[in-house]
Design a protein around this ligand. Structure first.
Ligand code: ADP
Length: 268
């Protein structure tokens, strides 16, 4: 792993003093669009003039560096800690990910819980985040050790909230129910639920097909008494721009997912 002397910087200080809001992005299962939402929310908030950081604590599947086309970057140290990688056309988004610490992009992180927990704590205490309006934290799927460590490390921060991502299917919605229980037990404020991959708008005739059914996320939000933040449709331009590491929010304002993503960003 690159940056092997990271442990030397561990200390009691926290570098989150200049961060206004922390958003934890959670999902019950993988592949529902958690990293996609984290990335696009960051781009949409940046577009709205906010200062944004992303912390990728999906230690076993860090995909955000690739989604933002900075997978070959490396982090380095300064006096106040680890300097995140700055991304976007204007280099305005600060990103920290375990992806930057791996020797090779395909290296697997096969670690037991305590080592993962120590790294998460270091990501919180030792990264020089500077002044940010929002720090978006992309977590692994489920409710594992990593989630408990992340919440424990971030809990001293007053404005900490969770966004839950689901697809419309009952099985994904069921998993998000467990995430809701986790948030409540952990005392986390729930900012709302997002239903992703919610319908496909035909680019030719504009008709919407609900490939994975629709409405499960909204129904769950109503039932649980938490805000529903919106439905993001399946959008081939979105998946393509993520594949190519492009700035979807800047480059595809006419695509079907754009209004939903910007509307969600406006609510948080
Ligand atoms: P997770 O972080 O929950 O594992 P990802 O964000 O990596 O999921 O998304 C899984 C895949 O689905 C990615 O390839 C992404 O490009 C694609 N994807 C996610 N949301 C959408 C969407 N609304 N429209 C099209 N593709 C999407």
């Amino acid at each position: 792993m690159r940056g092997g002397n990271m442990e030397e910087t561990a200390g009691e200080r926290t570098n989150l003093a200049g961060v206004q809001h922390i958003l934890l992005v959670l999902s019950g299962k993988g592949g529902v669009g958690k990293s996609t939402l984290s990335t696009e929310l960051a781009l949409a908030l940046r577009n709205a003039g906010k200062r944004v950081g992303i912390l990728d604590v999906d230690l076993c599947g860090p995909s955000i560096p690739r989604m933002l086309r900075v997978q070959d970057s490396a982090v380095h140290q300064c006096d106040s800690g680890w300097v995140p990688v700055f991304v976007g056309q204007d280099k305005a988004i600060a990103l920290m990910s375990i992806g930057f610490l791996l020797e090779r992009p395909d290296d697997a992180v096969v670690w037991r819980g305590p080592k993962k927990n120590a790294l998460i704590k270091q990501f919180v205490t030792d990264v020089a985040w500077g002044d940010l309006d929002f720090l978006i934290v992309d977590t692994p799927p489920g409710t594992s050790d990593e989630h408990i460590s992340t919440v424990e490390a971030l809990r001293p921060h007053q404005l900490l909230g969770a966004i839950l991502v689901t697809t419309p299917q009952a099985v994904s919605v069921g998993d998000v129910r467990r995430e809701l229980t986790f948030c409540r037990k952990a005392g986390l404020q729930i900012l709302g639920i997002v239903e992703n991959m919610s319908g496909f708008v035909c680019p030719h005739c504009s008709e919407c097909t609900n490939i994975f059914s629709k409405g499960g996320g909204e129904e769950l939000a109503k039932h649980a008494g938490v805000p529903f933040l919106g439905c993001v449709p399946l959008d081939p331009q979105l998946s393509q721009s993520l594949e190519e590491g492009r700035d979807f929010i800047q480059e595809f304002p006419k695509s079907s997912a754009f209004p939903a993503l910007t509307h969600i960003a406006q609510q948080i």
